[in-house]
Design a protein around this ligand. Structure first.
Ligand code: IPM
Ligand code: MN
Length: 375
């Protein structure tokens, strides 16, 4: 029997509740499909940080490096300044394990009410491949309270180290800046992933997102690499969309899209919109993928602190993220079982959480999916 080791990080807010349902479903499907999961929980998140001042630790990262994947609930807590947990835990994990693809399927399930009039599951079924290590997420910049400043900024990645020495002289009194970084290697690997995904899913079009009409430095490199990669994928049609325009088209004509590849920040923004057109954040899963390393799976929504402990959040995004994880660790059959069970529960419509207009609890939904799996 196959064994998989999974690091479990429930995190903050509704994280522990939704991750418990995900774990329940994965355990159920592992019995059915004859493999075993060894879960190793880690306490990272707000409580741990407030008690110890620690965000992550090297020992845990080393341990996790020997595992098969990470299953994450959500991070973020009102008791901690915004950015501390997000950067110190979530982004730190994405960067440490070099999870350079953020894969976000946008799929309207049958039985879900779509906020777009006249759109059906046939019309909303595509993937956003979001770059996950670069762009404005490299986290460097500065705040200059007075007119002069010297800054040494550094970005360390598996692909490169880049150092900026900045001598800043400004005659305004206070300013702040943030530096985005795009590299050709960093762009190439994620764009290649998008084209490979298109091939694997028998899709015929890949759309690149950018803002090359304004942020000309970063995104003309992005475009150049996209054009180069496209050369190797004859038979796949390509196009460029500006990020503002694609938000309009996601609403107006979502059926156009098959595989969309986006730089980190634009990918972040358009996938919240993607989540809404597939019926809401409660349904949208994501995977932070390093195809040759340790990948991490999570719902794309946040920790919803006001619903913490209420057994009310929809666990489907997390359960679906669990299916993406099963797929990535080689349990494709189990992954399909889980997605099918979610689809059937939704289609039957008897068990609906609050966000779907029903009264079912988080655990009711998990239980329903487990019993569907056992049928
Ligand atoms: C997401 C989230 C994160 C991101 C935040 C919490 C850092 O919004 O996963 O989409 O911006 O990537
Ligand atoms: Mn986001």
């Amino acid at each position: 029997m196959k064994n998989h080791k999974i690091a479990l990080i429930p995190g903050d807010g509704i994280g522990p509740e939704i991750i418990a349902e995900g774990r329940k479903v994965i355990d159920a499907v592992s019995d059915k499909e004859n493999f075993k999961i060894k879960w190793t929980p880690y306490p990272f998140g707000a409580d741990h940080y407030l008690a110890t001042k620690e965000l992550l630790n090297e020992e845990a990262l080393k341990e996790i490096s020997g595992m098969d994947a990470i299953y994450l609930g959500a991070l973020g807590d009102p008791r901690v300044q915004p950015g501390v947990l997000e950067k110190g835990v979530l982004l730190a994990l994405r960067f440490y394990f070099d999870e350079y693809v953020n894969l976000r399927p946008i799929k309207l399930l049958e039985g879900i009410e779509c906020p777009l009039r006249n759109k059906t599951p046939k019309d909303i079924d595509f993937h956003v491949v979001r770059e996950n290590t670069e762009d404005f997420y490299v986290g460097i910049g500065g705040h200059i309270p007075e007119g002069k400043s010297k800054q040494h900024l550094e970005v360390k990645r598996s692909l490169y180290n880049v150092k900026f020495g900045l001598d800043i002289e400004a005659d305004g009194d206070e300013l702040a800046y943030q530096i985005g970084v795009i590299s050709s290697k960093g762009s190439r690997r994620v764009i290649k992933y998008a084209f490979d995904l298109a091939r694997k899913k028998r899709k015929t079009r890949v759309t690149a997102v950018d803002k090359a009409n304004v942020l000309t430095n970063m995104y003309s490199l992005w475009r150049k690499v996209f054009a180069e990669v496209a050369q190797d994928y004859k038979g796949i049609e390509t196009e460029y969309n500006f990020v503002d325009a694609i938000t309009m088209w996601f609403v107006k004509q979502p059926e156009w899209y098959q595989v969309v590849v986006a730089p980190n920040m634009f990918g972040d923004i358009i996938t919240d919109l993607g989540a809404m057109i597939q019926g809401g954040l409660g349904l949208a899963p994501g995977g932070n993928i390093n195809p040759d390393g340790i990948s991490m799976f999570e719902p794309i929504h946040g920790s919803a602190p006001k619903y913490k402990g209420m057994n009310r959040a929809n666990p489907i995004a997390t359960i679906w993220a669990g299916a993406l994880m099963l797929d990535e660790i080689g349990e494709e059959k189990a992954a399909n079982d889980v997605v099918r069970a979610i689809e059937e529960i939704i289609k039957e419509g008897d068990v609906k959480t609050k966000d779907l207009g029903g009264t079912a609890t988080t655990s009711d939904m998990g239980d329903a999916i487990v019993s569907k799996l056992k049928e």
